[in-house]
Ligand binder design. Structure first.
Ligand code: SF4
Length: 74
């Protein structure tokens, strides 16, 4: 069994739709994870944990969201 120490392997990402302004910077940073609805606001394409290979992209998207609408949660 692999240790999870130091890994984000069991975390999820959410978007606060009330804060999102539809810049789509998140979809540029992590197109595998973020999409958009009919009005251009961000949606999360993943249904579950963030795959390890996408962790850095999601962290970058969270850090660069101008509205702080992205949350990475355990
Ligand atoms: S970067 Fe932030 S505010 Fe812009 S679309 Fe993505 S989640 Fe919404």
């Amino acid at each position: 069994m692999a240790s999870s120490m130091g890994s984000l392997a069991t975390v999820r990402v959410t978007v606060d739709s009330g804060s999102c302004h539809g810049h789509q910077m998140c979809a540029i940073a992590a197109p595998e994870v973020f999409g958009s609805d009919d009005l251009g606001y961000a949606t999360v394409l993943l249904d579950g944990d963030i795959p390890a290979e996408l962790e850095k992209k999601v962290q970058r998207a969270e850090a660069n969201c101008p509205e702080r609408a992205i949350r990475i949660v355990d």
